[in-house]
Design a protein. Sequence first.
Length: 554
Amino acid sequence: MVFVLALCNTGDHLTTLIKVKQQLMATTTTAIPEAFQIKEEIHQKTYLVNGELRKWDGDTSPVISTISSTEEYAPTTLGSVPDMGETEALEALDSALAAYDKGQGLWPTMKVKDRVECMESFVKKMEQKREQVVKLLMWEIGKSKPDSYKEFDRTVEYIYDTIEEYKQLDRNNAKFEKHDGVYAHIRRGPLGVVLCLGPYNYPLNETFALLIPAIIMGNTTIFKPAKHGVLLITPLLEAFQSCFPKGVVNILFGRGRTVAAPIMQTGKVDVLALIGNSKSANALQEQHPKSNRLRLVLGLEAKNPAIVLPDAELDLTINECISGTLSFNGQRCTALKVVYVHDEIKDKFLKNFAEKVDGLKFGNPWDDGVSLTPLPEPDKPAYIQELLDDALAKGAKIINKKGGKHFDNYIWPAVLYPVTKDMRVYQEEQFGPIIPVLSFQDIEEPLDDMAESNYGQQVSLFGKDVYTLSPLIDTLANLVCRVNLNSSCQRGPDVYPFTGRKDSAQSTLSVHDALRSFSIRTFVAFKDNNLNVQTVEQLMEAKVSNFLSTDYIL
Ligand code: G3H
């Protein structure tokens, strides 16, 4: 394997790249295990619309992995996917609209019990595709083998938990209330057509965290997989087709701006569900002619800080900051993207943290004990290098020895200190392996920065003294939506609310909250008189309304 060593001349702020070929010691990449070898390319020739796997004869886009299959580095072609356009996008929209049929469709009016059965049969079929999906997760986005299995298993668990939560929601609603002489039977109903767009870093899990609750609540959906992590959806197409009535799930391939924009322009989408960045969310939202009708379920960018207080337990803090900054190479919206360390422990923190970063293992996703893996976006190493060059030019130094070393598809995480607010690495969501560190004297400094920031997802607070922590927790809880005490930031467990302030999110996701985000309260009400009581009693006895029902699903 080839790597490039970046030598940084901080004196004249020039960075010289020298390509050297050598055996990688801590980063040795072993041969590709038989089970994970790409023996056949996958050329996806169908897409799912109106319950049919329609044949695609048009243009296709290659799916290329940045992982090499050969000793001399070369990207690997995995296959191709349809490159669809406006016509197919509008076909998918028509199919979703027909399945919703102004609220009269089979799916939005179906009994909860029947919708649950469809979802159960889907998840059972999905479980059979575990190995195929996991293998593609590794190749397409470079996620390590344990994390790829975790992504699949976590998604399956999320579906089972969603089914249970939906049953509980239904049980809670199986009753009548009476206030001021008016009875009410209150449930949650679907919103209509949902357009779902997921991110490349969790192409299965986060897309399904939107799609599954949207479907189970009775909406009809159009789903376009992310740019990277697209082939891994293809083994699941048949399960979507066979488990849900026609038009409930429509799956398109292509570029967001080509297929999603025309769908939004029709004004017929009721919910935009997107995990990605606020720029795309705003651009799509603006296409909708009546944005007041559009519900937004958005998980967006963040710049979660770690704040390390003088009495922080150093070993634990460093371990949490390592996983917080570098799990999946920092390509997580919840990653720690800026680290504030108190002046008193800055030197010790930087020394130990830098050593730990350099001790991590780089390799292919299936290599044992690997922490750092190839970046799926071919341009990402160059982008990270730009951030690095900018910071070095403005006075930061690379603290760790390996920081900035280039591989063909990777750049070694650089621990940068001292970082200042005029640096791009401070301002931009790096979403990759580079770690800006700032020191502070006064806790107001990181707090002011957070208040000024465009983001407000989470924070990690490291320290022990309860009298220092208490007021900080009270303030931080109002600046972000999750304060992690002596723990890195993360989304899970999925039963907890996942949301953010400012540019970081809109609506809340969790097993419980997502069902609410994709539905609306709607109810039948009647004044307490003989006519109404008799009518409703007859309605209940006849058991012909799926909405008006007090049946319990066990
Ligand atoms: O990309 C953002 C993800 O929601 C992060 O999720 O904390 O489970 O890695 P995670």
